[in-house]
Every structure is written in structure tokens, then in C-alpha cells.
Design a protein around this ligand. Structure first.
Ligand SMILES: [Zn+2]
Length: 581
């Protein structure tokens, strides 16, 4: 009996210690936060339904200005302060341009894009004739280009050159040069040249080559005060576009866009625009904060963050509604801070019943990323996507799964798991029939079994159904704490005697049970009666920070505000307005 009590006592102590270590909200008012820039750079990758980033650079990029009736673009570049510097080069007689590699390119109507090749109805050759001399400004070069057939302007390392024609080979260019009878040289561009053509034609509008130092920017033309909207790869975006060949290969496209306009293309993809406004507002603040907390994530690629779920889903404003836009407008300039610093506002679809301390999933313990028992998800468990999930393995297939993850294992005969105080899986150990043991912990407990969250059981064994109490089976009272006191059934009692109570994840006080019954912090099992290991889980995501479906439930069924939602999921955090300067 004494041994069993010790088990319970150690848990009470652990809980008490854990509760004491939860940081309190800072008392002082947040000082305000001012973002270092208001135009952000978003890398536009191909939208993959599975969230994978498989394509990020393209040989051909179409833009279509769809602002109102839609017309025209102007060309320039962005300086170090993110200001658009126009060349004065504009095209106003078409609303569709394509930025392509300066190689032999053929227009493909099947894909409405240009692909490398030199035969077809519409070919843009990479050989041009470069007229002698250069110009300091675009207008002078354009005037000169207008005097020759097929003339266009190339901006190259600080000067404007007059070019003409497009030919597929040096021979073709040489023949054209002889026929033209003017002083010029054949030129096939560099590995950094991009060519702007009118889409579906071989009409060259502009060329740009500043090596890897400077990149072409294309700005859609719109009336004063009207925000331009531009179609690019099945999505409609606000803002401008920059085309980079930093490594001399295919073109990376970066959307230069105002922070708030960017958010209007995030909120409507991270949540359904039809969700309650308070949930959408919570999403707007988390997404705004996440953006500015992760500006270094893709810095080596020339932009802040990407448009996939690798960072935040952003596919323009085609799905935005008045409701989702309002969520951004009503929270404009608001960030989530802790102790005056931006929070790392992780969020995910759902947590399955409880989120988790950041250090139990990754490594860094952040004071505002504490696990919380989530009673709100119960209302959406039946409707949230992928809320319930199950993975079933035989001893053989589980061994194969481990080998696929590069672990050395034969058929698995035993699985041991330990749980966090929130009832999420902390570690999992697989023992194979030769006695080889493989243990993974934290975020890996999700991927190792191909699961959707870290909240699951094995063969029905796990923390209590309510996810409330967990006994540290087999764990002794820590050395040096023998004889310490804990809260027992009769008040403060010396360990290890008496009935012991703990505060549960949902805030109630309950008597601790002994291990081996309903509660267990660690479980151990062989195959079930069907010969399988069955992992049954709830929740979809990494279990850190806000649950999007939880936010939905809080707003829809409990009348909670976005401040309630944010402070529930981010312990001790504050909403901070941008300082007005
Ligand atoms: Zn990314």
C-alpha cells in the first residue's frame, strides 16, 4: 500500500511543482510594437493540396491585371527601403504580361505559359540585336527603340539599352543583323536576364538584367486610391511582384504586399471566411504576429515567408469575403506580445482535447506556449476535419514503418508510451522481437506512427478518458524531497501518507487514483486480441498554441471574444497595438 501511495504522492508533487512554475501574466501594460516595415515579401510557391512545397521556381510567370476592367503594368525595382522605383516603363495596351527566362521559349496554350523550346506557333528567341550606345533614362531609350522594327528596351546594370528582335540562334541573329544594315551586335542575355512579353505573343515589352544584385519589379496600374488586383497562377493578389533569378536558374516570384492586405489572403485560407467574426479576428492577430515573428524564415531566398502551410497558407484574396476582410480591418495593427516581445504564435487545426507545453513538443520552453486543457473542442469533435484518427499496424507493418523512418527494427512486439501532464504522448518505445528498442519523443511521436497529433492511445491504453489525471507509475519521490509536504485529503500533509488530491487540467480538484487502474502516465502493451497495435488519436496538428477549431467553438457556442480566445491559448499574452508614430 505504501508503494502505491508513493506513486500517487509523487504525482501530486509533480503537479504542484508544475503549477507553481506556470508564469504569471506581466503586470505592466504592453509598451506597443511597431513593425520594422509595412511592405512584406511573400514567396509564391505552387499551391499543393497536400501542403508540400515541390515547385518554387518557374521558367514562365503570367500576370493579369484584373483591377476593375484591368489594364497595364509598370516596371521598376525595389530599393533597400522597399520603395518601388519606377523606370517610367509602362505598358497600357494589354492587361496580361508574362515574365520568362531569356532562353528560346515557346508559348503553350495547353498550360497558358511559356516552356523551353524553339518550335511552335509562338516562339520567343533568346538572341537579340543590341544597337550601339546606351541611355541614362527609359524615355530616351524607348524613343530610339521605336525607330526600329521589333525594338524594345533592356535595363542592364544601371543603363538602358536598345534591343531589337528575337531569334533562336546566333545564325538567325547574324542574318537579321546583315539585313537590318544598322550598327548592332548579337546578344543572348545572361543567366540572369528576364524577358517580359505580352502573354500568348512573342512581343517583347521589356528586358531586365542586373545579375543577382537587383530584381525586376512589376506593378499593376490602377486608379489613384484603388487597390490593384492581379491574377497569378490561379490566385488573385494585392500588391506588386518581383522576379528573381538569384542563382541564374528559374524565376522565383515574390509578392511585395502591405501587411494588412497580405492578411486578407491568409485569414480566408487558414479559416473558412464564414466562421464567427471573433474566431477570424483571433486568426488575424495570430497570423499578423506569426508573420513578424518569422521574418527570417526564408531570408536566404529573398523574402520573409512563403505562401504554403510551411509558413502560413496565403493564396491571395479570391476566397476573401466581407466577413474575413472585416476581421483583418477590426484588428489592424494588433499583435500578440508577452512581456513586450512578439509571441511566436503557433496554431493548428485542433488539439484533440489539450494543447501542450512547447518544450514537450519541440525544445524551447516559451512562457506563453503552455499546454491547456481544451473543453471547447468537445463541441466540434464531430465536425472538425480529421478530428478522430486511427492507425493500425501489425507487428510486421509497424517494423516496416520504423524502417521507413530509418530506424533499425524487425517486427515490433511491444509498445511503451509515456504521457505529459496534459495527457499527450511524450515518448514512445518500440521493442522488436530481438529485444531491440527504439524510442522517440516530443514531435516525433506523431510522425513515427504517421499520426495526426501527439494525443493518442495504443490499444485503448492511455491517460484517463477525461484526460485529467496521470500517475507517474514507478516514479519515486525525487531525491531530497522525501518528507516534503503536499496537499492531501485533509489539507497539507507530509509525503507519503494520506489521500492525495490534484488540480486537473480542467480546473477541478480530484482525488488521485493509484496506477494500473483508470489512470496511467505510462502504458505498455503487446498486440491486441486481433494481433494489431491500434493507435487512436484526436486532433490534427502539432498541439502547440491556438486551436483553430477551438477558437471556432469558443466564438460560436460560448460567446467568447477574440481576446478571450487569444489569452486562453497563449498564456499571459497581451494584445498590443502598433505604436502610432
Ligand atoms: Zn515557408
Amino acid at each position: 500500500m505504501k508503494g502505491k501511495l508513493r506513486i500517487a504522492v509523487s504525482l501530486a508533487l509533480a503537479l504542484a511543482l508544475a503549477l507553481c512554475s506556470i508564469p504569471m501574466a506581466p503586470a505592466a501594460e504592453a509598451a506597443g510594437y511597431t513593425p520594422p516595415f509595412t511592405t512584406v515579401r511573400i514567396g509564391l510557391y505552387t499551391y499543393q493540396d497536400d501542403g508540400n512545397i515541390s515547385e518554387r521556381n518557374f521558367p514562365s510567370n503570367n500576370l493579369q491585371n484584373v483591377t476593375g476592367a484591368g489594364w497595364g503594368f509598370e516596371f521598376g525595382y525595389f530599393d533597400g527601403q522597399r520603395n518601388f522605383v519606377p523606370f517610367g516603363a509602362r505598358v497600357e495596351d494589354t492587361n496580361e504580361v508574362s515574365v520568362i527566362l531569356d532562353r528560346n521559349m515557346v508559348y503553350s496554350s495547353a498550360s497558358n505559359s511559356y516552356i523551353e523550346g524553339d518550335s511552335g506557333a509562338v516562339v520567343v528567341g533568346c538572341y537579340h540585336l543590341r544597337l550601339d550606345g546606351s541611355y541614362a533614362d527609359y524615355a530616351s531609350a524607348r524613343a530610339a527603340a521605336d525607330t526600329v522594327d521589333g525594338g524594345f528596351v533592356r535595363y542592364q546594370n544601371g543603363e538602358f539599352l536598345v534591343m531589337m528582335g528575337s531569334y533562336r540562334s546566333a545564325d538567325e541573329a547574324a542574318s537579321a543583323r546583315a539585313a537590318a544594315g544598322i550598327s548592332c551586335a548579337a546578344d543572348s542575355g545572361s543567366a540572369y536576364t528576364v524577358t517580359v512579353v505580352q502573354t500568348r505573343t512573342n512581343r517583347i515589352l521589356f528586358e531586365f538584367d542586373c545579375g543577382s544584385r537587383l530584381n525586376l519589379a512589376v506593378r499593376p496600374i490602377a486608379d489613384e486610391g484603388v487597390k490593384a488586383q492581379t491574377w497569378h497562377r490561379k490566385c488573385i493578389y494585392y500588391g506588386d511582384f518581383v522576379f528573381m533569378r538569384n542563382t541564374g536558374g528559374n524565376i522565383t516570384v515574390v509578392n511585395y504586399v502591405n501587411i494588412e492586405d497580405y492578411l486578407k489572403g491568409v485569414v480566408c485560407y487558414e479559416m473558412s471566411p464564414s466562421w464567427p467574426i471573433e474566431a477570424l479576428k483571433a486568426q488575424a492577430v495570430t497570423a499578423r504576429t506569426y508573420l513578424m515573428a518569422h521574418t527570417k524564415k526564408h531570408s536566404t531566398e529573398g523574402f520573409e515567408i512563403c505562401n504554403t502551410v510551411h509558413c502560413q497558407a496565403y493564396h491571395g484574396v479570391g476566397r476573401a469575403t466581407a466577413n474575413s476582410d472585416m476581421a483583418v480591418d477590426l484588428t489592424a495593427g494588433q499583435y500578440l506580445t508577452y512581456d513586450g516581445l512578439l509571441c511566436d504564435t503557433y496554431y493548428a487545426s485542433s488539439n484533440g482535447g489539450a494543447s501542450e507545453n512547447s518544450e514537450n513538443v519541440w525544445s524551447l520552453a516559451l512562457p506563453y506556449l503552455r499546454g491547456v486543457a481544451d473543453p471547447y473542442e468537445a463541441d466540434i469533435a464531430g465536425t472538425a476535419a480529421n478530428y478522430y484518427w486511427q492507425k493500425t499496424y501489425t507487428p510486421s507493418s509497424l517494423g516496416a514503418q520504423l524502417r521507413a523512418k530509418h530506424y533499425n527494427s524487425s517486427d515490433v512486439v511491444k509498445v511503451d508510451m509515456t504521457f505529459t501532464d496534459m495527457g499527450n504522448v511524450y515518448s514512445i518505445t518500440f521493442t522488436d522481437r530481438n529485444g531491440v528498442r527504439n524510442t522517440v519523443s516530443k514531435a516525433d511521436v506523431r510522425t513515427i506512427i504517421g499520426g495526426l497529433s501527439i494525443r493518442y492511445t495504443v490499444n485503448g491504453l492511455g491517460p484517463s478518458a477525461g484526460g485529467a489525471l496521470y500517475v507517474n507509475e514507478g516514479i519515486e519521490v525525487p531525491e531530497g524531497l522525501e518528507g516534503a509536504y503536499a496537499i492531501g485529503g485533509g489539507g497539507i500533509e507530509q509525503l507519503p501518507t494520506g489521500e492525495l488530491y490534484a488540480v486537473t487540467g480542467s480546473g477541478t480538484v480530484e482525488k488521485l487514483e493509484v496506477a494500473g487502474t483508470a489512470y496511467g502516465k505510462s502504458v505498455s502493451t503487446g498486440v491486441n486480441s486481433s494481433g494489431n497495435f491500434v493507435f487512436s488519436g484526436t486532433g490534427w496538428g502539432h498541439n502547440v498554441g491556438m486551436s483553430q477549431w477551438g477558437a471556432y467553438s469558443m466564438a460560436k457556442y460560448y460567446g467568447k471574444t477574440y481576446e478571450d480566445i487569444l489569452t486562453f491559448y497563449y498564456t499571459g499574452a497581451q494584445i498590443t497595438n502598433t505604436l502610432v508614430q
